[in-house]
Unconditional design. Structure first.
Length: 61
């Protein structure tokens, strides 16, 4: 009976540990997705033009 109880406690402990690891992975995935979304929004607002090439004028002789 004692071995059965130890087995039962160990099994419950492993189940709790697995659930904790799943939650940690899910939180990590959520943070990564939020970071990607923020980077996408930041890139959306930027305008990449060659403004410097228009400002410079050719040197005259």
């Amino acid at each position: 009976m004692f071995a059965y109880e130890i087995h039962h406690f160990r099994s419950a402990d492993l189940i709790r540990e697995a659930q904790h690891e799943r939650l940690a992975r899910e939180a990590l995935r959520g943070r990564r997705a939020a970071r990607r979304e923020a980077a996408r929004r930041a890139a959306e607002g930027e305008v990449h033009t060659s403004r410097l090439s228009r400002i410079r004028s050719a040197r005259t002789a």
